[in-house]
Ligand binder design. Sequence first.
Ligand SMILES: Nc1ncnc2c1ncn2[C@@H]1O[C@H](COP(=O)(O)OP(=O)(O)OP(=O)(O)O)[C@@H](O)[C@H]1O
Ligand SMILES: [Mg+2]
Length: 304
Amino acid sequence: MQIKCNNVKYLYNPKDITDKNALNGVSLTIKQGEFVAIVGKTGSGKSTLVQTFNGLLEPTDGYTQVGDFIVTGNKKLKKSLLKTKSKEFIKLNKKQSKLKKVVGLVFQFPEYQLFNETILKDVMFGPKNFGLTNEEAEKISRKTLKEVGIPEDYFDKSPFELSGGEKRRVGIAGIIASQPDILVLDEPTAGLDTNGKKEILDMIEQYHKEGHTIIVVTHDMDLVMERASKVFVLNDGVVIHETTPDKLFNENDLSLYSLEQPAFYKFKKELKEQRFAGDIANIKDVDSLINLIVKSKIHGVKHE
Ligand SMILES: Nc1ncnc2c1ncn2[C@@H]1O[C@H](COP(=O)(O)OP(=O)(O)OP(=O)(O)O)[C@@H](O)[C@H]1O
Ligand SMILES: [Mg+2]
């Protein structure tokens, strides 16, 4: 299922002196099965944008289309968009709550949203809400919890007995258990240690391998470099770059958008400036770069 934003605008607190234009005309397309990162400085509109993907926020103007769902708060526009559509299309758009099943949104710090008395019940909440029987919901929740690395003897514990990283996994499992086609995660690695980060990213990557679309909002440029195949840079509520991570980090002065280049790219740039003789342009990861440097030392490659 594809997501297409058409000139999406979002104004918080309209008709109030505290009104705030968070999105100023975002247009982008995310295709089925992509692993996309959305980056940009604090306040650039990332969280606002992804909340339009599952209809939690309706664009004040413009619209987001997810498959056959049209999300907009502009009633006139919606009416005109639906005018030419089939009966089924119009019927589907009357049940927009169904979009929440298609697009699973994991908020930043999902652990704060755990509320049931046991971990298993917490994860079962979503699938049950989307119409699975108790039995079906339990089956998929047990499977998902195992996949995110929570041992079975934890399932009946209170979520509040878990560590922060474990809670995060349970929070993400709660969304994955509903099997959304599109999984959106807002800052999934914030505040985790290296291991916790890797485990959560591996889990997300596994879901991606099963054919689902992944959209990650993040300030973590290593995550973007290592996992995403496409990146959108947001600035003041508009998309200013749509590119690959490699191009973004090679070609741009990221400090303009308060983003930091991954250490790997800084290092590559330094080597280039020092006229390192090896073929660094085609090196895509840290291990290959280390190998190249070690080899050049062994074989005594001369630098200018
Ligand atoms: N509930 C709200 N009411 C009013 N303004 C808001 C609200 N939420 C966000 N904003 C404003 O909208 C703009 C975009 O906010 P948003 O949370 O989408 O940014 P972000 O890119 O996710 O930032 P961060 O990286 O800090 O999470 C900001 O200027 C913010 O102050
Ligand atoms: Mg945010």
